[in-house]
Design a protein around this ligand. Structure first.
Ligand code: 3HC
Length: 292
């Protein structure tokens, strides 16, 4: 495929709006779709605020900021994707919903369009098999927050073509990201390693090895991570961490991937983390459920 001129992003949440911002700041026209008008307004406000912050820190000039903003169009009409060369979905982590979206997109998108999924753990091979264009389906896993994190993990499904892979790699590099490539197995590379670490931190808390502060400080200062594993779980969302652990457990079939009961209990209690506005640097369990 020749150079990507227009990208469609599906999903106006934190990942979708961050991906749209990164594309616009790298000179690419983006159409950001969300089915929910309030989510679309929130996405628009978040992209504007993030670009304004970069301008205020002189990391972008006024005109670069204005140009980037102009490149993003917000829409609640999926038909607007008919000219997109490359479509990235960043919607809810549900295999059924993603498959339904792909079926809708293949009716609208041009025949050469590539469909990339930002899924953190769903099989690209299975998503691709639901479409009539499995060679043009690929995983393009961004990390939160997309404007800051330097990595894209590309996941090749069993039928992903070399052309689709090459175009995705070229686009990722245009976005200023370092690329790693994973085969399509549960958790890919990063979450396969990260989530068991987070799960183990919950086990350390659950079994009374240490306080949450000492677990996080230990990993921050002992291994130079920017956040401790419990704070990171809070940042990612405990529900997301649990759902990825379940995928690892089901897909890789070993007991070492079984989710920690404390993580399950926090999620059951609806304590999911930062996205609920519990507060910066506050762990979801704080002031809530007591450990055993
Ligand atoms: N958008 C744009 N810029 C942002 C931002 C956002 N959402 N959040 C933070 N930033 C920028 C800030 O403006 C600041 O820039 P500056 O250094 O030029 O001033 C810089 O990032 C640092 O931000 P802060 O000073 O506010 O806060 P921190 O120093 O605590 O950094 C952090 C915040 C970048 C989130 C850092 O704590 C970090 O890197 N944490 C780990 C994040 C991580 O591991 N992400 C991956 C999660 S796993 C994942 O996404 C996979 C999924 O499948 C689960």
């Amino acid at each position: 495929m020749s150079s990507v001129k227009q990208i469609g992003v599906v999903g106006g949440g934190q990942m979708g709006s961050g991906i749209a911002q990164v594309a616009a700041m790298n000179g690419i026209h983006v159409c950001l779709f969300d089915v929910d008008p309030p989510a679309l307004s929130k996405a628009s406000a978040s992209v504007s605020a993030s670009i304004a912050r970069l301008v205020s820190k002189a990391q972008l000039s006024q005109s670069e900021g204005a140009d980037a903003l102009q490149r993003v169009r917000f829409t609640s009409n999926l038909e607007d994707f008919h000219q997109a060369d490359f479509i990235i979905e960043a919607i809810v982590e549900s295999e059924d919903i993603k498959k339904r979206l792909l079926l809708q997109l293949e009716k609208i998108a041009k025949s050469s369009a590539i469909f990339a999924s930002n899924t953190s753990s769903i099989s690209i091979t299975r998503l691709a098999a639901a479409t009539s264009r499995p060679h043009q389906v690929i995983g393009m896993h961004f990390f939160n927050p997309p404007p800051v994190m330097k990595l894209i993990e590309i996941v090749r499904g069993a039928q992903t073509s070399d052309e689709t892979f090459a175009a995705t790699k070229a686009l990722s590099e245009r976005l200023g990201k370092k690329v790693i490539t994973s085969r399509d197995f549960s958790g890919f590379i990063v979450n396969r390693i990260l989530m068991p670490m987070i799960n183990e931190a919950f086990f350390a808390l659950y079994t009374g090895v240490a306080t949450k502060e000492d677990i996080d400080t230990g990993m921050k200062l002992g291994t130079n991570h920017p956040m401790g594993p419990l704070q990171l779980a809070d940042f990612i969302g405990l529900d997301v961490c649990l759902s990825i652990m379940k995928v690892l457990h089901a897909g890789l079939g070993e007991n070492k991937y079984a989710p920690c009961p404390l993580l399950v209990q926090y999620v059951d209690a609806g304590r999911l983390g930062k996205k609920q506005g519990i507060g910066k640097n506050k762990f979801a369990g704080e002031g809530g459920i007591k450990k055993c």
